[in-house]
Design a binder for this molecule. Structure first.
Ligand code: DSN
Length: 398
């Protein structure tokens, strides 16, 4: 049968081939991952868990799951290898949002307090946005960044002491510096008293998970109680989520995913996640992750040389934020995003610290290096593109 859908796919493929992709949360998967995600595992219902080796029985609610069971257990083993950890891993979350929802559900109740990074300073939607389930179900309190845009760890400590959150959450979608997981653990340790039992330390490492896997960012394993991630950003896998937790929390986390918040797992995506883990274990991937950071730094430095204001004055990871408010007060992030779209350069508008505009306008843009590094770009290509963006901004005459 002919389908119109293949026209859309062909057009999207052409766009992806032609455009410069600078969205920090996107990447290009390998042919093997595409093949796995388009495989017959999409047909299989597998509610429940395999865990034959750990429980001695399969906990699925359907027959015919023997190969899906092998696949899911293999996937879990591979992810534990990637992070060299004995944490329990649940590979079923359909997305980062689902992973976070289940992580909260596993350890706290609606109404309980979560301390997270404020959204206008780089936090995630599911870290307490008023329009998201997290902001509606939980009592969210926030820490921010200092006057230079760095995470304000003193503010974090003060907020822990003041609000006694049950979850302290670290992780960001637009933060270009190392997140000091060891310092956060120390802060939590200092805040615990007879009246304030130890909170759960949760890390959402979605953006930096690939850098952590390759040793390009400090690891939260061994420090955090629960760690969530997506698999499609720097990890370069299929769209989806993972939850890691201390082994004693395994039952709660598994129950919070199924039956708590999800039904049948997407076995075809779990197949893709398993290949993503295999790839993350290769030497090639380690070289890739090193280049991602090198390229991000090169492009960021070029913008600084040209007089642009970069939040925090640099980057340690795969992304950085251009704050246009001082250099181009009349140019919004949205205007620049739209203009770059016309020039086949794709990025996203982004709020900056002390943002005066709405999230649909913004005073900044976020730029990431993960996708074009996959396409083989080097520092030279990123520097040339920084200059090209500067020329485009100049030609806008704003
Ligand atoms: N929406 C994703 C991002 O672009 O960063 C995760 O928050």
């Amino acid at each position: 049968m002919e389908s119109k859908v293949f026209d859309f796919i062909a057009k999207e493929q052409e766009r992806q081939d032609k455009n410069v992709e600078l969205i920090a949360s996107e990447n290009f998967v390998s042919d093997n991952i595409l093949k796995a995600v388009g495989s017959c595992f999409t047909n299989k219902y597998c509610e429940g868990y395999p865990y034959v080796r750990t429980t001695g029985r399969t906990g699925r609610y359907y027959g015919g799951t023997m190969y899906a069971d092998e696949l899911e257990e293999y996937c879990c083993d591979m992810w534990r290898k990637v992070y060299n950890t004995d944490y329990h891993v649940n590979v079923q979350p359909h997305s980062g949002s689902q992973a976070n929802f289940a992580a909260y559900m596993s350890v706290i109740k609606p109404g309980d307090t979560i301390l997270a990074m404020s959204l206008e300073n780089g936090g995630h939607l599911t870290h307490g946005s008023a329009v998201n389930f997290s902001g509606k179900l939980y009592n969210m309190v926030f820490y921010g960044v200092d006057e230079n845009g760095f995470i304000d760890y003193e503010d974090m400590e003060n907020k822990i002491k003041e609000f006694h959150p049950m979850v302290v959450l670290a992780g960001a979608s637009a933060y270009s510096r190392i997140i000091k997981f060891d310092l956060i653990k120390e802060i939590i340790d200092r805040c615990v008293t007879d009246d304030y039992p130890r909170p759960y330390f949760m890390v959402d490492m979605a953006h930096i998970a690939g850098l952590v896997a390759a040793g390009e960012h400090p690891s939260p394993f061994g420090l955090a109680d629960i760690i969530t991630t997506t698999t499609h950003k720097t990890l370069r896998g299929p769209r989806g989520g993972l939850i890691f937790c201390r082994p004693d929390l395994a039952k709660k986390v598994d129950g919070a995913i199924f039956p708590g918040t999800q039904g049948g797992p997407l076995m075809h995506v779990i197949a893709g996640k398993a290949i993503c883990a295999e790839e993350a274990l290769t030497d090639d991937y380690k070289v890739y992750a090193r280049n991602v950071v090198k390229n991000s730094k090169a492009m960021c430095d070029e913008f600084i040389k040209m007089g642009y204001h970069v939040v925090t004055g640099g980057t340690d990871n795969h992304l950085f934020l251009l704050d246009l408010s001082a250099t181009h007060p009349n140019l919004t992030g949205k205007m620049l995003q739209d203009e770059l779209d016309k020039n086949h350069i794709t990025l996203n508008k982004n709020c900056v610290p002390n943002e005066k505009r709405s999230p649909s306008e913004t005073s900044g843009v976020r730029i990431g290096s993960a996708a074009m590094t996959t396409k083989g770009w080097t520092e030279k290509d990123f520097i040339e593109t920084a200059r090209k963006i500067d020329q485009i901004i100049k030609s806008m005459n704003i």
